[in-house]
Design a protein around this ligand. Structure first.
Ligand code: 4NP
Length: 144
């Protein structure tokens, strides 16, 4: 799960997908394309909305996406088109690129919708983000 800062969207996406796959042998992680928040806890508003659904994000720390992630993961979900482009820009080959998908394309294939960045927005942005990610993750799990 990849966003910009790895403190708002992708930590929540990681927590939701982990929660839905806890009985499966699947490793879920998240990262940001930017380096600003490396080592930080998820944003308190993401922690709070996750808590509401019984999901704990407090063991997570932000890290930056790197080329090695193309080797370590089978699937890479970008939260928005900007981050999708950043990930593709450091891909090494077609195999890397085939792993990358916009997460909301799981709901509406080919629409290329982005999960809005809630960082500077209102608190209800975090609830809307949760709702979108919950639907997308249900579809991801149904295909596993
Ligand atoms: P995220 O949100 O990409 O969902 O973690 C953001 C967090 C921080 C910033 C931007 C987006 N920032 O500019 O610091």
């Amino acid at each position: 799960m990849v966003c910009l800062g790895n403190i708002c969207r992708s930590p929540l996406a990681e927590g939701i997908l982990q929660d839905k796959t806890k009985n499966k042998n699947i490793f879920v992680d998240s990262a940001g394309t930017a380096s600003y928040h490396i080592g930080k806890l998820p944003d308190s508003r993401s922690i709070e909305i996750a808590n509401k659904y019984g999901i704990d994000l407090t063991k997570q720390r932000a890290r930056q996406f790197s080329k090695i992630d193309f080797d370590n993961f089978d699937k890479i979900y970008a939260m928005d088109t900007h981050n999708y482009a950043s990930i593709i820009s450091i891909s090494r080959n077609e195999n890397d690129r085939n792993k990358v998908e916009l997460i909301l394309n799981e709901i509406n294939p080919k629409l290329c919708d982005s999960v809005p960045d809630p960082y500077y927005g209102e608190r209800d942005g975090f609830q809307k983000m949760y709702n979108m990610l919950d639907v997308a993750c249900n579809i991801i799990v149904s295909k596993l």
